[in-house]
Ligand binder design. Structure first.
Ligand code: 2F8
Ligand code: CA
Length: 126
């Protein structure tokens, strides 16, 4: 299954996993400058695939910076599937609008909101 999963999801060069760290906005700019955007997770299969290839905490294309309390993908598509860590998103100190995936948590529950100013690795999707 893993070969099939990998081919059908990753296609050819669909994802970029950064080694550098940047804040959320600069991470997004990096992706857009290269014709993509921060990754949008549309299915559980994609979530499983991305979770299986990361080894750190990584920014994804989800935030509520535009409308507090309303998480939106960078392409404004509906948030169909969600994989929050238990208790998240909690907008800690009322200062957490950007979402990262935490590789040390189980794939079904590995999203957390964080201050957008944190410097993290990121994932682009083209
Ligand atoms: O307990 C979960 C909580 O942990 C931290 O806050 C204490 C995280 N904040 C940072 O890493 C800056 C929160 O995002 C997280 O919800
Ligand atoms: Ca949080």
């Amino acid at each position: 299954e893993s070969d099939t999963l990998m081919e059908s999801i990753s296609g050819s060069c669909r994802y970029f996993i950064s080694c550098e760290k940047k804040n959320w906005t600069d991470s997004r700019r990096f992706c857009r400058d290269r014709g993509g955007d921060l990754v949008i997770i549309n299915t559980e299969k994609e979530q499983r695939y991305i979770s299986s290839v990361i080894t750190d905490t990584m920014w994804i294309g989800l935030s509520d910076m535009e409308n507090e309390g309303v998480m939106q993908w960078v392409d404004n598509s509906a948030v169909d599937v969600k994989f929050w860590i238990s208790g998240e998103p909690n907008d800690a100190r009322e200062d957490e609008d950007c979402v990262h995936m935490v590789s040390s948590y189980p794939p079904k529950q590995n999203w957390n909101d964080q201050p957008c100013t944190e410097e993290r690795r990121w994932i682009c999707e083209n």
